[in-house]
Design a protein around this ligand. Structure first.
Ligand SMILES: NC(=O)C1=CN([C@@H]2O[C@H](COP(=O)(O)OP(=O)(O)OC[C@H]3O[C@@H](n4cnc5c(N)ncnc54)[C@H](O)[C@@H]3O)[C@@H](O)[C@H]2O)C=CC1
Ligand SMILES: CC(=O)C(=O)O
Ligand SMILES: [Mg+2]
Length: 614
């Protein structure tokens, strides 16, 4: 379909604003563009599209059925439509008389939210605001970021994913079914977004959602949640971001047996059919939206790294669990080492849970050791991976290919234990300086393990990163108690400050959400064609550069409440790194300003081109 064409649809259909019409080359007179009959019947509304988007889109000329503006969350302002706007848009009688400001709407929406009895109910309430009025939704998130991020994202999003088919109200996102691979293209085309109109596509196949496993189609909510963070934290434009689930079946029998389950009703498809579905997705999305960053989330350990390694050179891809988590953990480690005064070259690292996140972190820490002067082989030797079967040792039959480089020689571990070598034994033998948890094994960092570690190191660095809350390896209050306040810690979930021995310890959140929004924004601002190791490192250093953890009880990472400012700083560093790595297609002379200009703000913009530039 040509960019200016609008498909014929019934009058009642919502015509979403499409920034494609901004491009004057594509703008045709309304009568010419209108689908048969529609222009005549919608009249003036053709010329007066509501535009809640940034100034980049203010020239929109669009067809709008009078009532559709109230139904589309990207155009709806509800009670904030002024009397004059209501008249112009033909909304007479459609709204109560009073005109509220966005501030007033935000107060009301927040009051309503407070009345919800549970976190899940709050999640549902917020999703309903999201589906009604995106400006209001993001205004709420912006005003109460530290309070609401744990609702729309980790940990409550995990609960919402488990309950999705039962709590379902309306669809959000693109649902791709492995049983209909021929629909991949048309599923995206139905969005009516032009090739320049998409910055970001977040996709999951939901095999390993957070630490809660396989949730089939219900994983769409992780794509939605990740994007909410991109917009709330870094101002990625909500209309330019697309959440996607690849529904390839599920091995979760509870879902398959649930009559209300909304996904395809068979076990996970693997092998050739799966691989060609992934390839189909990548080819289609990158062709339709050649400038978009393709974010992969919560794929299973067998696929996450394999997909990135197979296609990372060809597409602008990012695996959040592997790369984002590695980079935020590196940032927390940089902060911790500023406190201990050591270098990465001095570290011995035990990673418990050697999956996508664990090995992603191992890679980042190993690379940091190499930058500090260790030979690559020596750096790899400083990382011990422990998984379900215990310490990973060369020759183990069930070793995954990405774990193999870290497996210990049998000669090294001879005499450590009769059979498999557990976490406690590993800690007793290795005397780690850092202990990282990505195992989904709650309570695994118990008092025995932590005190064994603390016997040999003055300031143990312990990061229990598993999500959501019920999966965490240890809580900071216990870690502080067991180490007499010496531990340097950060967690994947948000944790309230902990008082210990008269010191208030603020716990940094080592969650990739503290890093990927700025990384994505920087990639967009630079128009980077690839996401490079240099850009990831720049993001990690920019995060770490924003805190000084040397004061007693200070956090290792910047607070979530400052995430918008923090993301802007990260974005500048990332865009600069993209230029250095020669992958930038845009090189703004003033990067700081370019980042600010790109960040979308949740405000009601001008209604029409005329109003925007009188
Ligand atoms: N804080 C953050 O930003 C992030 C945290 N995570 C968390 O890390 C955890 C793992 O996530 P992924 O790496 O994506 O999953 P994954 O499935 O790729 O890896 C989990 C690994 O833990 C191992 N494991 C399972 N039970 C174990 C046990 N009892 N003892 C030792 N190892 C065990 C598995 O065999 C697997 O190798 C999840 O809880 C997830 O929420 C993941 C990504 C980001
Ligand atoms: C934070 C995140 O990406 C995870 O737990 O999977
Ligand atoms: Mg994840």
């Amino acid at each position: 379909m040509a960019p200016w064409q609008i498909p014929t649809r019934p009058l009642e259909t919502i015509f979403r604003i499409s920034p494609r019409y901004v491009d004057k080359r594509h703008v045709r007179p309304p009568a010419e563009r209108a689908p048969s009959g529609t222009a005549r019947r919608t009249g003036q509304a053709w010329k007066q599209g509501v535009d809640n988007r940034s100034h980049a889109y203010r020239g929109v000329l669009m067809p709008i059925h009078t009532h559709s503006v109230l139904l589309d969350p990207l155009t709806n302002r509800g009670t904030a439509f002024t009397a004059e706007e209501r008249e112009r848009l033909g909304l007479a009688g459609r709204l109560p008389d009073a005109v509220l400001t966005l501030d007033q709407q935000a107060i009301r929406a927040y009051e309503q939210l407070q009345q919800e009895p549970t976190e899940l109910a709050k999640f549902i309430n917020l999703e309903q605001v999201h589906d009604r009025n995106e400006v209001l939704y993001y205004r709420l998130l912006q005003d109460h970021l530290a309070e609401l991020l744990p609702i729309v994202y980790d940990p409550t999003v995990g609960e919402a994913i488990k309950r999705y088919s039962h709590e379902y109200r309306s669809p959000r996102g693109v649902f791709l079914s492995i049983d209909r691979p021929q629909d991949v293209r048309s599923s995206f085309e139905a969005l009516q977004l032009h090739r320049d109109e998409v910055d970001l596509v977040v996709v999951t196949d939901a095999e390993e959602i957070l630490g809660i496993g396989d949730w089939g189609v219900q994983g769409i909510q992780i794509s939605v949640g990740k994007l909410a963070v991109y917009t709330a934290a870094a101002g990625l434009h909500p209309a330019r971001c697309v959440p996607v689930v690849m529904d390839v079946g599920t091995d979760n029998e509870n879902l398959l047996n649930d009559p209300l389950y909304l996904g395809v009703r068979h076990s996970r498809v693997r092998g050739k059919a799966y691989d060609s579905f992934i390839e189909n997705y990548l080819e289609t999305v990158s062709e339709l939206y050649p400038n978009a960053l393709l974010h992969f989330e919560d794929f299973g350990p067998g696929n996450a790294r394999r997909i990135l390694e197979t296609y990372g050179d060809r597409y602008r891809m990012f695996n959040d669990d592997m790369q984002g988590t590695g980079a935020i953990t590196l940032a927390a480690a940089v902060s911790a080492l500023k406190v201990t005064g050591e270098s990465f070259g001095d570290q011995r690292v035990v990673v418990f849970g050697a999956g996508t996140a664990g090995v992603g972190i191992a890679d980042q820490l190993r690379d940091a050791m190499v930058r500090d002067g260790l030979e690559p082989q020596e750096a790899t030797r400083r990382v011990w991976l422990v998984d379900k079967q215990g310490l990973l040792v060369e020759g183990m039959p069930d070793l995954r290919d990405y774990q193999a480089p870290y497996a210990r020689p049998a000669s090294e571990v001879q005499g450590w234990a009769d059979g498999d070598i557990d976490l406690l034994t590993t800690v007793q033998q290795v005397h780690p300086t850092m202990l990282i948890g990505t195992s989904t094994s709650p309570g695994a960092f118990d008092e025995e393990v932590v005190t064994a570690m603390a016997e040999h190191v003055e300031r143990p660095i312990v990061f229990p990163l598993s999500n959501p809350t019920e999966k965490i390896e240890a809580m900071p209050a216990d870690l502080l108690a067991w180490t007499d306040g010496k531990v340097l810690t950060a967690t994947g979930i948000p944790v309230d400050p902990v008082g210990h021995d008269g010191v208030r310890h603020v716990i940094g959140q080592a969650n990739n959400a503290l890093l990927y929004p700025g990384l994505g924004l920087g990639t967009v601002v630079a128009g980077a064609t690839r996401l490079t190791a240099g850009m990831l490192l720049a993001a990690a250093e920019a995060v770490a550069g924003q805190v000084d953890a040397r004061a007693p009880g200070a956090p290792l990472l910047p607070p979530v409440a400052n995430l918008r400012a923090s993301s802007a700083t990260v974005a500048v560093a990332v865009a600069r790194a993209a230029v250095q790595d020669d992958v930038a297609t845009r090189r703004p002379s003033d990067l700081v300003q370019a980042v600010q200009d790109t960040m979308w703000q949740p405000v009601y913009g001008p209604l029409s081109e005329k109003e925007a530039s009188p």
